[in-house]
Design a binder for this molecule. Sequence first.
Ligand SMILES: [Zn+2]
Length: 217
Amino acid sequence: MKKLLMTLLLTFCIGCTYTLLNETNMNVSAKSTKETIMIDAGHGGYDVGSISNFDDYEKDINLDIALLVGKQLKSYGYNVVYTRTSDSVSWPSDNKKDLQARCNLAQKKNADLFISIHLNSSEYDASGYEIYCDFTNKTTVKLSNSILTQLDQLDYSTNRGLLDTNETPLYVVANNKVDAILIEAGFISDDSDLYYLKNYTNNIAKAIAKGIKKSLN
Ligand SMILES: [Zn+2]
């Protein structure tokens, strides 16, 4: 009887260990298959980007959005890397070298996606958000549409749609070896867009992250 009990106990323990090991393996493989996403806060350091009517720098708002997008994507389990996480930049004060360094980083970090975050500016009355992508790249068109759908739900400004980088080449999209898009999250020159961008930054970031997640699922 004692022997039978021991055998039963042993079988039970082996069963537990097997299940636990299997679960561990599943978690490891689930994690390792998640995409690596590079978030690029536009401008930075020597390059302030556009300036608002209240002297806000585009580079600072871009960074605020970028860090929050990364935080949200991490909470979804993605591997997140950044081109910069502060105002100190790793590239020289030269626009072309600056943009090429961002493309190189995407490759070096084995990113699956490169998401560049910017704000628009105009001397005329203009507002809204838009996304630049390569119209011949189905992955990035789907991704961009998915992000626009999420931004629409915030109802903070106008959806200006998708723009083709084959018509308007943008360095970090056109010269990137990694699938890349560039989001113009609003007009820094428009006071209403700016108000939302500064006060509801997390809403914008969460919408972008959710759009990415939905497109990758
Ligand atoms: Zn910009």
